[in-house]
Design a protein around this ligand. Sequence first.
Ligand code: SF4
Length: 501
Amino acid sequence: ADEVALDPWGSSTIADYRKLFEEFGIEEFDEILDEVPNPHYLMRRGVIFGHRDYRPVLEAMRDGDDFAVLSGFMPTGDPHIGHKLVFDEIIWHQQQGGDAYGLIADMEAHSARGISWDEIDEHSRDYLLSLIALGFDTEEGELYRQSDNDRLQRLAFELGGKANYSEFEGIYGFDGETNISHMQSVVTQMADILYPQLDDPKPTVIPVGPDQDPHVRFARDLATRMRFFKVTEAFASFELDDSERPVVAAAYDAREEYADDADMPRCGEAAEWLADANLDAAGILVDESVRDSAVEKLENAGMEPLRPRIRFFARQATDEAFEALIEEIEGEKRRYDQHIDAFDVDVAEAEDLAREVEAHHGGYGFIPPSSIYHRFMTGLTGGKMSSSIPASHISLLDDPEDGYNKVKSATTGGRDTAEEQRRLGGEADKCPVYELYAYLLTGDDDELAKEVYDECVGGERLCGGCKEQAATMMREFLEDHQEKRDEAEEILDSLDIDLET
Ligand code: SF4
């Protein structure tokens, strides 16, 4: 496949992960694996293959600072072994000290997939039971359902005010036929992603499949927009002392991308103020043409622009914010009659300060969320693992005996004859049964995973015995998991989650 389409609601298979790195800027997980304090086996085995800006989460993990993990589940069918990857990722981050969130994306399931509320009710409970059974600590973490979370809905409403229809067209391919509830479910999902930061901004990781990347990118964008709007206002009124001001300025400067499409009617006016005041350090975002004219004005006035750092808040500034800003600048003129030459500041420090300023003024202070991406499991019948093809997956609710049988009838990466297999070795890399070992059955036991692999490709392992072993392990896993699900019932019932519509 030459084309890699990232469509969160489509059924496209991601055939070439490499393209994701090149075209979408997803970074290779391998490059940061050494920085992970205690990497999960899915990380060690390359199942988690990519990330977007995961480092802030790692830093927080290493330094014992706050961080969060959140992922959601659309209750469109039974939870299956593919979902287990995400459950495990949430739980692992919780065990590393993160605030953990698991949510039921019922609004998305209903509006984007057309699942009835009855079906949603039926499946929601099953996802949460499996998540708890696998080790989610409900005393530390939070589980919720989108439609039943008022704070989430209020946040979604605010975020909706920062998004517009043409972006939905561009990002998700929405058109005139797209129903409004589907759009509402998108802002709800954006709110989910930022929800862990509602009380305190903190690095947050969203473990997902790569098809969900458009959501992550959009949420990162919205996080920044929310932040800027608030910072603009904060900046206009907050009394910073002289040493702090340039630092905040640099924080703004670090967001140059927002200077791209400035067409504020009042840019010119504000630029003149700036030029007159020679307020390089005010840190106001200006688009390049305006900046150039301001610089020119400085030069004409015989002043040397230290650095052309004047930029406008292009998209976000309201007229009121601008009025306030200009008033502020007027005041500043009296205080600052020369350049502030203090731009060599640490951007991270500057960002922290900007957030503080914002939080001080009741803003959100969101940190753009991070994500990690895992490979999709291959279906047991080859091709994609799909909830709608029962033989392709093993449901976490499958009768253990059915699980056993599905593994026994799975396709393999084996050769046509035993003789050939001994001579050439099996193709573990193309074998869904090997995936079962690597992704699930061997758990944390790297040695066992490696042994299966080496014996397979070395021709010492034949598929019959290999599948028998895997099938037996699968049966045991399902028995054990379902026992734990039974125990989880009581825990789930004790939580305040309304699972019936
Ligand atoms: Fe797959 Fe096992 Fe056969 Fe290798 S021996 S191809 S891992 S089933």
